[in-house]
Design a protein around this ligand. Structure first.
Ligand code: FAD
Length: 430
């Protein structure tokens, strides 16, 4: 009899909650990873850097298990189908895994749970990707918080009451002893290597220490770039939150935003394609395709917007300050549906996280929780004066800035600002 430990967005051995408990409570634990075709077939780019990243992590995990005389079983397919065939090949008595809160993940896990139940196989799930999962930070009436500030206050109070002790001393002897399995190549998964570089999973502690002073300036190395590692669990949120709580409150606050948006999504799965505030679904977006293309390509003639989009297209990353500016520009200056921008980010961002991306877009469009009021329209020029005064960031991404090759502004700022305010006002009053 064996027990499966199913890796999903927790691609690490250290401080992995579900893996720890599988090894403490069971014997003959066989680790499993599934390249999920339901997810992969939706990806548009065959050289999607995130798939290459996952493949590298899986390769690494597999060799770590092989050093311990076990291995990692890697399958390609739809999870329920994969489980059906695994249950024929192995005498499985239990499955351990870490919980995942996105709408698709919950649906997937429900189906797998149903299948296991039919076969009398126990399923054990654990909290791992969050400090407080949806339902753990609630207001006095037992409801989820719709605004960030009170949520973060309670989150912090609870956090301070806890002693976080990362899990050590894994019972590796309880891994199933087996020969190394074959690992499907990236090509067999249906993808190619990307030339985009992945930021390292260790950040300089000084970045976190001085985060509050530097984080708003895109030309500085002022943020940790750990997004992709939090997304795929190659680092432990508990360890990071512990470090943050010692070094910088502002940084810890950003980790709270991450959990806030995850909670909002878990309680409001409709936000995936609807405004959090329903009235905002009345806005008559202009949705001009040529303007959208210019925005995507970084050719709007607004240097800070174009620099951001070019950074995104080239590196799979965009600085948070600039994410806010380009999102505001798309939704307000161009009156293009936030869902278009959200989808473009989802395709390009290495650190794409459904909850934070949706939250960030709805914030910028004014449709979400805590959102920018609709009459606040970022002025790209004054944002540049504040956050990239010497144009260091802009010039890095737009070398032709001062030449005739650089496009004229796609729309006049004053005109666009007024048009946005009028359009929003009318839609909200109707
Ligand atoms: P740091 O500034 O070093 O912060 C550390 C970590 O805290 C981040 O990696 C992230 O996990 C979390 N974090 C920081 N800011 C936020 C925030 N505002 N909301 C939620 N979590 C936060 N973040 C994503 O992780 N994935 C996304 O797809 C995403 N899309 C966004 C879209 C828009 C329009 C906006 C305005 C913001 C978006 N963010 C997203 C939030 C934020 O911009 C990124 O988390 C951050 O820029 C990632 O860089 P970093 O790892 O250097 O973050």
């Amino acid at each position: 009899k064996i027990t499966l430990f199913w890796f999903r967005r927790d691609l690490r051995l250290d401080d992995n909650t579900g893996l720890y408990y599988a090894l403490s409570q069971e014997e003959n634990v066989l680790p499993l990873f599934i390249f999920d075709q339901n997810i992969l077939e939706k990806l548009e780019d065959k050289d999607d850097a995130r798939v290459g990243f996952i493949h590298d992590q899986i390769t690494d995990l597999k060799s770590q298990f092989e050093e311990k005389d076990s291995s990692l079983l890697v399958k390609i397919g739809r999870p329920v189908e994969v489980f059906k065939s695994l249950l024929e090949d192995y005498d499985v008595q239990a499955v351990y895994t870490n919980r995942d809160y996105e709408p698709y993940a919950k649906e997937r896990d429900k189906e797998v749970a149903k299948l296991l139940k039919e076969k009398d196989i126990e399923l054990f799930t654990f909290k791992d990707q969050m400090i407080f999962e949806p339902g753990e930070v609630l207001n006095g009436s037992g409801e989820f918080y719709k605004v960030f500030t009170p949520y973060s206050r309670v989150w912090l109070e609870e956090f301070k009451k806890q002693t976080i002790e990362p899990l050590n001393y894994f019972h590796w002897k309880n891994l199933l002893e087996c020969k190394a399995f074959d690992l499907p190549s990236l090509k067999e998964v249906g993808f190619e290597k990307s030339s985009i570089e992945i930021p390292p999973k260790m950040t300089d502690e000084d970045i976190i220490r001085h985060y509050d002073k530097n984080r708003n300036f895109p030309a500085k190395e002022g943020t940790s770039r750990l997004g992709i590692h939090l997304r795929f669990g190659t680092i432990s949120i508990r360890k990071l939150a512990l470090t943050a709580s010692k070094l910088n409150d502002t940084y810890l606050n950003e980790l709270i935003w991450r959990e806030f948006y995850m909670t909002i999504l878990a309680y409001n799965p409709q936000v995936v394609d609807k405004a959090f505030k329903p009235a905002y679904d009345q806005i008559p977006w202009r949705n001009n395709e040529e303007e959208f293309k210019a925005w995507c390509e970084g050719k709007t003639g607004y240097p800070i917007v174009d620099a951001g989009m070019r950074e995104l297209n080239t590196t799979g990353y965009m600085h948070n300050r600039v994410r806010m500016i380009v999102a505001s520009f798309l939704t307000k200056h161009l009156l293009i549906d936030w869902r278009w921008g959200e989808a473009y980010f989802a395709r390009k961002l290495l650190d794409f996280e459904l909850a934070s991306n949706n939250g960030g877009w709805q914030w910028a469009a004014g449709t979400g929780t805590d959102a920018q009021p609709y009459f606040r329209v970022f002025n790209p020029e004054s944002q540049t004066d504040k956050f990239d005064k010497d144009l260091r960031y802009i010039k890095k991404w737009i070398p032709e800035l001062d030449s005739n090759d650089y496009p004229k502004p796609i729309v006049d700022h004053k005109f666009a600002r007024q048009r946005a305010i009028d359009t929003y006002k009318e839609a909200l009053n109707s």
